[in-house]
Every structure is written in C-alpha cells, then in structure tokens.
Write a protein that binds this ligand. Structure first.
Ligand SMILES: [Zn+2]
Length: 586
C-alpha cells in the first residue's frame, strides 16, 4: 500500500475541510485530492453494453426492496447470527475494494481526503449519508479514531420495515464496509461499532471506529468478520492488484499476462492445472487474445521449461513447405534438398511445440501430425526411418474446428486428439475489468522501451476505452498504447485522440454523472482545440495573444468576485502587476 504521509488531523481541521466541501458543493475550493468530483468521475454507465463501472469494478443498481428481501430471507433461513456475519463480511469486501480503488487512483492523495473518500463512495453508492463528527488518523503510528453519524441508512429502512424497532443495531453491511475501507487504508484492523441505531429507536445511527488494539477485547466483533479466515489470509498493504492467474505464473515477466476478471482467472487456473502434465492443449479464441502468450507461459511453468519452446504459425508458411518445416527433410528428398535438416518437431525435442492456426494445415500434414502425437515419432520428408520425438504439442485456432471437421477439412481423429484439454481465451470485450490493468501495464512497458515519461491517461480516454469493442483484442490495445506513448507530449497524459480515431468510437454510448447527479454523455470524442492551436494553429480562431491574456485576467477576477488581491494571487502576480495588466488590456 502506498503509505499516506503521517499526520494527525484534528476535529477542527476535519470540520474546516468537510465544511468547506459542503458549503461549496463542488469542492473546487479545496485542492486536496480526491475531491467529490474526482470520485463521481469514477462512476459511469454503459447502458448499451449492460454494464455500470466504478473505475474498473463492475457494479449493479439493485432495488433496496430486493436487498431487503434477501436480507430477511437470510435471517429467516440462517438465523440472526449467521446472517449478520454474512452481511458484515459482504460489506467488508465492498469497503476493501473501494479502499483499493482510492489507494490506486490517488496514491499521493491528501491523507484526510483519501479517508473521507470512503464516506463519499458509500454515499455515492446510495447506501448511506455519512457525517463525520471527528476523526484522528496516524497510519505511521497505527492510530485511528473516528466517529460518524449515518443519515437515512438503507439497511435500517429495510430492517425496520421487516422487523420493526428492536433492541439491537442493524446496520451490519454498512459497518462491514466501514471496517473494510478503513482497515484497507490503515493496513491494520480497525473495528467499527454502531452505538446508536435507528433500528433501536434512535433518530440517527452513530458509529465509532478504533483499531482493534485500542478497543481491547474485540472477540465479539471478530465473530462476524470470521476472524480466523480473515487474519490468516489477508496481508494488507502488500496484496498486488495486478493479480496473475496463479503464483506459478508470477515469476515470469509474462508480457500482458495481467488481469483480475473472472474470465481471465478461469483461463489462468486451467493453465496452471494442465502445465505440469504432458497433455496436449488447444487454445481457442479470437485473434489477438494472447494465445501465443498463454502457450509460452504454459511452457515456462511446465517441467519442460529448460528445453526449447518452438512456435510456428501454420498459416504463415506456404502449404508446400509446411511438411518440411514441421518434420524436416532428408537429403535428396526433392530437387534442391542438398542437405538433410531437422524440422520443428526435432528441434522442440524434450520441449514444447506451439502450432498456431492449426486449422490451416493440409490433410496430409494433419495425418503426419496425428502419427507424431499417437506414436511419438516422425518421418522426415523423403526419409525412410522413423525418428522418435518427445514433444508436447500445444495448438491454437481462431476457427471452429468442429465445424471444419463437419466440412471435411479437418481430420476428426486429430480433432479429438487435440481437444483433450481445450482452454478458451475470452475476447477483451468480455473481460473489460482488465482494461485499466492492461493500460497501466503496457504504459509501463512502452514508456520504458521508448524512453518517455508520461503522467498516465486522461479519464475520458479510459472511459472511452471501457466502452470500445476492441475487435483486435489485446493486440489492438497494445498497439494503441504504444502509439499513445509515442504521440503524447512528454510529461503529459495520453488522451483520447492519441488512442482512437473518432469513427472508431461509434456505438457504445457512455454516460457519466454530471454536476447535478443526472446522467450525461461522457467523453466527447473531439477535444477542444488546444490554446496553441486556437492562437497559432492552421485553424486559428480570431484570437491573438493579447486577447488570451485579457480573457485569462477577466476570468480570474470574476472567479474571485472582483477581489483583485485574490485574483492576483491565483495568477502568481502582485496586485500592482495585475492592475497594470488590466489597465493595459483595457
Ligand atoms: Zn443503524
């Protein structure tokens, strides 16, 4: 976890900052990040695609009534204790995910703001309005103390409508969220307790959070968090976000073997299962999804890793040469074969042979391949003896081999031989959660390769990519980022025009929250012309340097409501300098 700077934040400080935020509404006065507007920018809707995103996490809008039914049925079937534990842990997970989002998106964020971001996310997600009473944070010393009031909690609404007012607090999921978020931020367990709750007849809910150490006995609280599992499996602050499919995959650089989506993880899981065996593996999926990368990873994590990995794209070799490429040639086999040479099979002996686009092999080559697979031996072209080979064959195809069999273009027996262990690699549009990870991975790779320093991506560029169909899959994304790294300004961000042409954006409409909470179209495809272009570019507006200065000064003065000293400070000028420039500009 990127450690926030250590500091103690007093009550006065908190209320100064949050008061300022609430008064201003748009938080523009406060420079500390993330502000409320930064957080709402993470939420966007892709209705055409059936997805809602909070940064890179998929979300759903759910009726609180259904949530209430689910909650009631859990209580009725499992009993109060177990239902409470389940909901607390579910909430904990959401809180932890949101903490992860904030840590990664604002690694240098202001300490108070990153902690407050949890309360804002909780509100943005529609769960509860959080009003801070006081909090003190000192991550260095492992100190946390916070008190908050919860207004109109959804959980209480549902609990009260099902069970009426009782004697116990009922905001379990919300409490779990608070624990998950703050624990994720602090890197040590912080326990929240609900000391007043609407479900107990109070007018508001009040929660207090302290470190487990400061509370003393937290065994009661831990019961709902399933403490054993929790303490045994969590290592806060160290868990890398870019999870590779399994630990076995983590040692290699695995160019692009990055993802957290369930589709990607499922493929990785299958890969690590089959790697130690000698089974034939067939990768299926559209072109550009990373079949060769998976194949080479398979080799790297298999017991054959010390032996050669030989790859051949069957579609890239003229049909007449495929056989000699694969199986080798014996001297005198045909005119021009003046020397004997081994084929790819022999060169891959003891290792792995990757046959890409296997669907394009001729029926004759298919027969020879089948023999190699069945008997572990090959015969060179023009040769007379069988040569034993120990090769693990890994194949890939982007066509439907079963359909090829039906059409008589692919041998059925070979098909079944290859299909022992098929692994389907999903297209990128089905693993959109991985797009942000891949973006940062490739940015790192290409910035290093081309010696560029860049500040990342413009939010609207990321939003647009989240809605883009990626017909060319990961390879397309990879090329896009490389182009972006080269064409963006040094020290600047990669923006939409560096990545996509306007006509590529087309269909998928993305909506994000406007200033007043209503959905509006996100990411205009065309950026406003840069200041330079407006003044000096070929399509320069009727705007000159003096006009730019006048406009700048006027805007500063207007923003400061006519206060010249304040406007001058904003512009880095003295009051006298500003007054002079205003006079000069008329
Ligand atoms: Zn409550």
């Amino acid at each position: 976890m990127p450690k926030p700077p250590s500091s103690r934040v007093s009550l006065a400080e908190v209320s100064r900052r949050t008061g300022a935020l609430m008064r201003r509404g748009d938080a523009a006065a406060v420079q500390d990040r993330p502000q409320l507007s930064d957080i709402t920018e993470c939420l966007f809707f892709s209705p055409g695609d059936g997805r809602i995103w909070l940064n890179d996490q998929r979300m759903v809008l759910m009726h609180t009534r259904s949530l209430g039914t689910l909650r009631r049925e859990l209580i009725d079937t499992l009993g109060l204790e177990r239902a409470r534990g389940l909901l607390t842990r579910t909430g904990y997970q959401s809180g932890e995910r949101d903490a992860q989002l904030v840590r990664e998106r604002w690694p240098d964020g202001d300490l108070t703001s990153v902690f407050m971001a949890g309360t804002r996310l909780h509100a943005l997600e529609g769960v509860v309005k959080v009003e801070p009473v006081e909090f003190e944070i000192d991550p260095e010393r492992g100190h946390y103390h916070g008190e908050f009031i919860w207004h109109h909690s959804t959980e209480d609404d549902e609990h009260i409508s099902a069970y009426g007012v009782g004697t116990e607090p009922a905001c379990w999921m919300q409490l779990g969220y608070a624990m998950g978020y703050v624990t994720g931020m602090m890197g040590c367990l912080v326990v929240f307790r609900e000391v007043e709750c609407r479900s107990m007849g109070a007018s508001l809910c009040r929660v207090i959070g302290k470190t487990a150490q400061a509370w003393g006995d937290v065994s009661e609280d831990l019961r709902y968090l399933n403490a054993q599992d929790f303490l045994a499996t969590r290592s806060h602050g160290s868990a890398p976000r870019a999870v590779l499919g399994s630990t076995a995959l983590a040692d290699g650089s695995g160019d692009g073997m990055v993802g957290v989506s369930s589709a990607f993880k499922a493929a990785c899981h299958m890969l690590s299962r089959v790697a130690p065996t000698r089974a034939t593996v067939l990768f299926t999926g559209e072109s550009g999804v990373g079949k060769e990368m998976f194949a080479s990873t398979l080799h790297r994590i298999s017991p054959r890793r010390e032996r050669p990995f030989v790859a051949i794209n069957c579609a890239a070799i003229p049909e007449a040469l495929v056989e000699s490429e694969l199986f080798g040639v014996d001297r005198g086999a045909f005119t021009g074969a003046s020397a004997s040479r081994p084929g790819r099979f022999e060169r891959a002996d003891g290792g792995t042979l990757f046959l890409d686009e296997i669907g394009t092999l001729s029926l004759v080559s298919q027969g020879k391949l089948l023999r190699a697979l069945q008997q572990g031996e090959i015969e060179r072209v023009g040769g007379t003896r069988a040569i034993p080979v120990d090769v693990r064959v890994v194949a890939a195809t982007n066509v439907d081999l079963r359909a090829e069999v039906q059409a008589g273009r692919f041998r059925e027996d070979l098909f079944y031989r290859l299909e022992v262990y098929p692994i389907h690699l999903p297209p990128l549009r089905e693993r959109r959660e991985d797009i942000p990870l891949l973006l940062s991975h490739f940015l790192h790779v290409y910035a290093q390769r081309h010696g560029r320093r860049l500040a990342g991506y413009a939010p609207r560029a990321v939003r647009a990519l989240m809605g883009y169909a990626f017909p060319g899959n990961i390879r397309e994304l990879q090329n896009m980022v490389e182009r972006g790294v080269i064409s963006a300004d040094e020290g600047g961000v990669i923006d939409l025009p560096h990545l996509l042409r306007k006509e590529q954006l087309g269909e998928g409409t993305l909506l994000s929250l406007g200033a007043h909470g209503a959905l509006a179209e996100a990411a205009p495809a065309e950026p406003a012309a840069s200041l330079f272009e407006r003044v000096a570019g070929p399509q320069a507006d009727a705007i000159d340097l003096a006009a730019v200065e006048r406009q700048l000064l006027a805007e500063a003065v207007a923003r400061c409501e006519g206060n010249l000293s304040a406007a001058a400070r904003q512009l880095g000028l003295s009051r006298a300098q500003l007054a002079y420039r205003l006079r000069r500009g008329g």
